[in-house]
Design a protein around this ligand. Structure first.
Ligand code: CC7
Ligand code: ZN
Ligand code: ZN
Length: 250
């Protein structure tokens, strides 16, 4: 079984250098996008991936750096790609706020028959902590994680043993007991705020308190533009870069 994770961006919400954190999950039979910030269409075009080569999009939460490219994707699917409807993998609750609190502003167009999210995307509602086999080679499972109080936020297990964090506050117990121990993950993609108090993110300082054998599994993403100043200061953890491909064999 072959699984590849290719980063489309690795920067923080305010990064001007590294694009919004987002990735493509690629297997021989499926290509799924994780999050869709404003820089995603440009990043896809840089690696010559057309929107109609993507089978579906998973959304972790509705901050703009994770969804700000969806309006462009929705319009282009309809007007440039002959009304193609991609699948959106979301919880039902997230689909509601995604439309009402974000996308409706640009996409609502009753005159042309666009009333709701379903008019642009095929919606597949995920349940928390239920594995979904999206294709013979790809299974995903979402878990609720804490980012901003009262704000829906989901991280994702890919083929059971790869963990990809949404933006999240450090949760050492979860990383040690669930990600590393119970699920025996061999690969972890984790958001990382390089300096200052995290507030709504996990800081590098916090990740450095994890046991070394877990740090070895971690690729750091969602970092600020002063990343280069921290090269050599991340213990065994590795900064991942835009368009880098991690091959995962299971
Ligand atoms: N309580 C908060 C909420 C948000 N923020 C910043 O706003 C950004 C929104 O996108 P993000 O990627 O979640 O990162 C958040 C923080 O930088 C923050 O610093 N403190
Ligand atoms: Zn973010
Ligand atoms: Zn966020």
């Amino acid at each position: 079984m072959s699984l590849q994770i290719q980063m489309l961006g690795t920067g923080s919400a305010f990064s001007k250098l590294y694009y919004n954190t987002s990735a493509l999950i690629r297997t021989t039979d499926a290509t799924i996008l994780i999050d869709c910030g404003p820089t995603v269409p440009k990043s896809l075009s840089e690696i010559a991936i057309e929107l109609d080569q993507i089978d579906g999009i998973f959304i972790s939460h509705i901050h703009a750096d994770h969804i700000g490219g969806l309006e462009e994707v929705a319009f282009r699917l309809f007007y440039q790609y002959n009304r193609k409807r991609l699948t959106l993998y979301v919880t039902e609750a997230l689909a509601g706020v995604l439309w009402e609190n974000s996308l409706k502003g640009g996409l609502y167009n009753p005159e042309d028959g666009f009333h709701q999210l379903q008019d642009y995307f095929e919606l597949v509602f995920l349940q928390e902590r239920v594995p979904y086999q999206l294709s013979p080679e790809l299974t995903i499972e979402i878990v609720p994680t804490l980012h901003v109080a009262q704000k829906l936020n989901y991280s994702i297990f890919i083929n059971h043993r790869t963990f990809y964090s949404a933006d999240l506050q450090f949760n050492k117990d979860f990383l040690l007991n669930e990600v590393a121990h119970t699920r025996n993950c061999h690969t972890i993609f984790h958001d990382c705020q390089l300096s200052g108090p995290g507030y709504v993110h996990t800081t590098l300082e916090e990740l450095l308190t994890l046991p070394e054998d877990i740090q070895k599994l971690i690729y750091l993403m969602h970092y600020d533009d002063h990343m280069t100043e921290f090269i050599g200061q991340t213990g065994p953890m590795t900064f991942i870069h835009k368009h880098e491909i991690i091959k995962i064999s299971d």
